[in-house]
Design a protein around this ligand. Structure first.
Ligand SMILES: C[S@@+](CC[C@H](N)C(=O)[O-])C[C@H]1O[C@@H](n2cnc3c(N)ncnc32)[C@H](O)[C@@H]1O
Length: 206
């Protein structure tokens, strides 16, 4: 990311200023015991989303990817940093933190960006963290390159993935070949999303 890059709505700040303010906010929460229980150390922060690509809506948040090491779970950091009490604002623009735990195994290593129309891992991660809990059963009936499946596995959600395309099924099975420290399961089946009635014996939470 070049030093000239600006965040829409916050053009009068440099990225370095915003990064420092975000880091000091997190440090302060640690000193105030808000994050006391959480074992994590920030390794890097970066910005993404509509405020970075210049196409925000009036109420768009500022999306911040927070990579960290430590044993704290992504759910816990997500909930702590994005809670109403702890929320960080820059000039009335709320910050959304997306925690990504960096493990020695490199959890994100199997993501590839060459599936047509795939969405970014951060989008899938945000939706999963925001709308589901660990142990839930998720459904992605058009799994494509497997982005949702990878994120669900990392975040300890079970997932049923399907697609009409054999290539998507193979690709998703391949990208799920990595280890995690949880017991989540993934089911990958060929299925037409217009006929989910055949899935009536399965239960989805999200
Ligand atoms: C844009 S891709 C999904 C990308 C995915 N979110 C990712 O990040 O990799 C759309 C997928 O929908 C699948 N698809 C299209 N029509 C479908 C249908 N009727 N039933 C199941 N899958 C379908 C395509 O095969 C394709 O893999």
């Amino acid at each position: 990311m070049g030093t000239e890059t600006k965040i829409t709505g916050l053009e009068h700040y440099s990225l370095v200023d915003i990064e420092s303010a975000a880091l000091s906010h997190i440090r302060q929460l640690g000193e105030n015991y808000e994050l006391e229980e959480l074992d994590f150390a920030v390794s890097s922060i970066s910005f993404f989303g509509s405020r970075l690509n210049g196409k925000p809506r009036t109420k768009s948040d500022l999306d911040v990817k927070l990579q960290y090491t430590g044993s704290a779970r992504e759910d816990d950091i997500f909930n702590a940093l994005n809670s109403d009490e702890n929320r960080l604002f820059f000039d009335n623009i709320p910050v959304d933190f997306y925690p990504v735990r960096t493990s020695p195994r490199g959890n994100w290593a199997t993501h590839r960006s060459d599936w047509r129309g795939n969405w970014s891992p951060e989008v899938a991660r945000n939706l999963i963290l925001r709308y589901s809990n660990e142990g839930d059963i998720l459904l992605d009936p058009m799994i494509g390159g497997g982005t949702t499946a990878i994120e669900a596995k990392i975040l300890n959600r079970n997932i049923i993935c399907s697609d009409i395309n054999d290539g998507a099924i193979e690709r998703t099975k391949e990208c799920l070949k990595f280890d995690v420290e949880n017991k989540s399961w993934q089911k990958v089946v060929k299925r037409d999303a217009r006929d989910l009635g055949k899935a009536k014996d399965e239960t989805f939470d999200r």
